[in-house]
Design a protein around this ligand. Structure first.
Ligand SMILES: Nc1ncnc2c1ncn2[C@@H]1O[C@H](COP(=O)(O)OP(=O)(O)OP(=O)(O)O)[C@@H](O)[C@H]1O
Ligand SMILES: [Mg+2]
Length: 236
């Protein structure tokens, strides 16, 4: 469904070029959950930015449903159904939670539908549906509203870069539940064991290359090796 063919991303630094990502080949299948993991600086965020269109590969091709999207802009990719999940919700004056959810799903939803989105992220619809989107909402509430937006948007591909950042345990557990409920192809950058466990496929990146790709149980032993190396002071 979504393919990366020989994708590289190089940056020029003073005298030499630096490979941030080198010859990446990946095939993301419809409706599956992919978790991208690996050490800091291994290229995870760069990889998802290439998929989103925030960055362009210096080599290689990105193909979505047989269409070459390598040169498409972020909004054009969004139009095809590729969504970056946690963008800060727009918070302009007078906009309410229900408006945001209606914008996300591109239609006027009835109360029950809105209620369903909000209850799935643990918010009581009565209390939130007409809440204005302003700075009175807590960070955690905002995060949950973002997650409700993801549900309402119903994109074909949802991309999350470290979605667990800054959320409490309750939200974290719900996050994994919501991921499982999404019908989309879901690509998550994460280090969290609980998120790795829900992956159909784990992609381990190391120094800009795919070190290993497989089920969580196949990749897990390598993650431990990575950690042990770190503790012994290897790999920096
Ligand atoms: N424009 C750039 N110029 C130079 N180096 C860059 C550029 N963009 C990214 N890098 C470097 O490329 C490497 C990969 O960055 P990236 O943000 O993709 O890592 P990451 O795997 O997401 O790391 P983390 O786990 O810390 O979020 C890092 O060493 C980063 O400093
Ligand atoms: Mg990152």
């Amino acid at each position: 469904m979504l393919k990366l063919e020989n994708v590289s991303y190089l940056v020029s630094e003073k005298d030499n070029d630096k490979d941030i990502l080198k010859n990446i080949n990946l095939d993301f299948l419809k409706g599956k959950i992919y978790v991208i993991t690996g050490p800091n600086g291994s290229g995870k965020s760069t990889l998802v930015k290439l998929i989103m269109g925030i960055l362009s590969p210096t080599e290689g091709k990105i193909v979505f449903n047989d269409k070459d999207i390598t040169n498409l802009k972020i909004n054009e990719r969004a139009g095809l159904g590729i969504a970056y999940a946690f963008q800060q919700p727009v918070t302009f004056k007078g906009l309410k939670v229900k408006d945001l959810l209606n914008i996300a799903s591109n239609k006027e939803n009835d109360f029950n539908t809105l209620c369903d989105y909000l209850s799935k992220v643990g918010l009581c619809a009565k209390g939130y549906i007409n809440r204005p989107l302003d700075d009175k909402l807590s960070g955690g509430e905002l995060k949950r509203i973002e997650l409700a937006m993801v549900l309402a948007r119903n994109a074909l591909v949802n991309i999350f870069d470290e979605p667990e950042a800054g959320i409490d345990l309750w939200s974290f557990e719900n996050l994994t539940k919501v991921f499982k409920e999404l019908k989309s192809t879901t690509i998550i950058v994460s280090h969290q064991t609980k998120i790795l466990e829900i992956a159909d496929t784990v992609i381990l990146l190391k120094e800009g290359k795919v070190e290993k790709i497989g089920s969580n149980s196949e990749v897990k032993p390598l993650l431990h090796l990575e950690m042990c190396g770190k503790l012994r002071g290897e790999n920096g």
